[in-house]
Design a protein around this ligand. Sequence first.
Ligand code: MBD
Ligand code: FE
Length: 295
Amino acid sequence: MTFATEDNITDIALERWRTAHDPRLRELMTAAVQHLHDFAREVNFTESEWLAATEFLTATGQISDAKRQEFILLSDVLGLSMLTVMMNARTSAGATPNSVLGPFHIDASPVIDRNAALPGDLPGEALYVCGTVRDLDGTPIAGALLDMWQADEDGTYETQIPDSEARLRGLQRTDAQGRFAFWTIAPKGYSIPMDGPVGTLVRQTRISHYRPAHVHFLLSAEGYKPVTTQLFRAGAEYIDTDVVFGARPELVVPFVARPAATMVDDRVIAQPHLRVDYDFVLEKADALAIALTPA
Ligand code: MBD
Ligand code: FE
C-alpha cells in the first residue's frame, strides 16, 4: 500500500483507472486522468479555480434540460464538437461534408410536400431551397430523407419557445429523380445563447459569439452513410469566424436573388425571392455497415 504524494498521485490514479473492465473505457479514463493531471500541473491549478470550474460545470448542467443543451454548446465553442465530427465523419472528395448537429434538432418533424413551406408562416425574406441528393458517381438517389431545421429572423429556434407548434423544420423525401424543394425564410446570422454559463465565459474573451446564417440538414438514404450538415449563405457575416467552427467551404452557397414573376417548376412566383440550388452527395455505406444495419 502506497500513500499518495504530489509526485506519485498521477501514477496511482492511472493504475486504478487501468482496472476498467472495458478496454475502451480503460483507454479513455487513463488518458483523461493523465491529461487532467498534466493540465493541473501546467497551469498550477489553484483551489479557488478548481471550485470555480466545478461551479461552472454545475451551472452548465443545471440550465440544461430536454430542450436546452448547454453542454453541447460548451463543446461546440471549445471546438471539440467539430473536431470530433471531422475526425469521425470524414467524407471522400466530392461527397457532402459533415458539420455539427448543434443543440436545436427536434425529432419527428412534419412532412413537407415538394414546393411546400416549412411551417410557422413567419416574417422574413422568401427563400426557395431546391436541389438533388446524389451518389458520388452522380446518380440521383430517390427516396433519400432530408430533415431540415433553422432559426427565424431573430435567430430563435423552436426549442427556445415554450410549447411551440412545429416551426421552421420539416422532413422531405427526394422524388424519383432524387429532387427536393421547399420554401422557407432566409436565416440570419445568429448569436449563440449568451444567457447561460457558456455566454458568461465567452463574454470574458474577444471571441465573436455569432454563427453565420445557416440551415441544418440531416440526410439519410438506404445503403448510404448518413450526413449531418448545414448550408451557409455565401457572403454572410461571420462566415469565417463561426463561433462553433461549423462552416466549411463546400457548404457555402449563394442565395440568388430572383425578381418577381420568375418561374419555380411550372409556377410563376409573384414576389421576389431568394433561391438556393444545392446537390447533396452521399457516399455508399461500406458493405459491413450495411450487413450490420437491422432491417
Ligand atoms: C446553433 O444554431 C448551432 O447550429 C450550433 C451548432 C451551435 C449553437 C447554435
Ligand atoms: Fe443552428
